[in-house]
Design a protein around this ligand. Structure first.
Ligand code: 13P
Length: 250
């Protein structure tokens, strides 16, 4: 049995107080979902401490949305993996398409971030996914294969066993356009085959989450698919009822 995970990527939304209220709201509603589902929330850096504090003893895990590709030093505006770990951050999202697209993240920077995340005891949620023109050109299988090979293939087995993958087709993010359950299953199964090429049977245990306009109304259909192990949720993660509504799909 693979882990079932619903993770919220809050992106650049909420104030610290709103973030604390949100995590408390999620904690209150958590009794309504299967205890088999793990919940993770990923607030902006400024609220990590207070959200981690508010999430204590709720069973909700907290992650960051990014970390620096250097250990420490003269990198104005960056936040190091070690700093995140020092305040008990558990996860870190790496390679989100918005970071690749707007902040020029490349395989090279992502390899550094991944290595630093693991070296500091953070568990990465590594995002892959094709842009619309790549899907239309039928390149989506190759695009995600490359995004996995150039970063995930550099991990050792121990690191790989801690990894969560999120498949997020760029055309589905924040657009209201969701991949169909069949499209998601097809590419999740492909991702698992690619992972198995390198890591063998261990790939059977890797949680692969779907992200892109996932909401309470479509989560059940997506999560019913064999290789869809949960979701990485943007917009719908900003309301406790919707986030829990998605987790209820399991
Ligand atoms: P939306 O759920 O808002 O489409 O965002 C998905 C996402 O990018 C999560 O990381």
């Amino acid at each position: 049995m693979r882990r079932k995970i619903v993770a919220g990527n809050w992106k650049m939304n909420t104030t610290p107080q709103e973030g604390v209220n949100l995590v408390k709201g999620i904690a209150e509603l958590k009794k309504d979902i299967c205890s088999c589902v793990e919940l993770i929330v990923c607030p902006p850096f400024t609220h990590l401490s207070c959200v981690i504090n508010a999430a204590k003893e709720t069973g909700i895990a907290v992650g960051a949305q990014n970390c620096a590709d250097h250990e420490s030093g003269a990198y104005t505006g960056e936040v190091a993996a070690k700093m995140l770990k020092s305040i008990d951050t558990e996860y870190v999202i790496l390679g989100h398409s918005e970071r690749r697209q707007y902040y020029g993240e490349t395989a090279e920077t992502l390899n550094s971030k991944m290595a630093l995340a693991f070296a500091n005891g953070l568990k990465p949620i590594y995002c892959v996914g094709e842009r619309l023109e790549q899907r239309e050109a039928g390149q989506h299988f190759d695009v995600v294969k490359q995004q996995i090979e150039e970063v995930v293939f550099n991990l050792n087995e121990e690191q790989f066993s801690q990894l969560i993958i999120a498949y997020e087709p760029v055309w589905a993010i924040g657009t209201g356009k969701t991949a169909t359950a069949e499209q998601a299953q097809e590419i999740h199964a492909h991702i698992r085959r690619v992972l198995a090429n390198k890591f063998g049977v261990a790939a059977q245990d890797t949680p692969i989450l779907y992200g892109g306009s996932c909401k309470p109304s479509n989560a059940a259909e997506l999560f019913a698919k064999e290789d869809v192990d949960g979701g990485l949720i943007g917009g719908a993660a900003l309301k406790a009822e919707d986030f829990i509504g998605i987790a209820k799909a399991f």
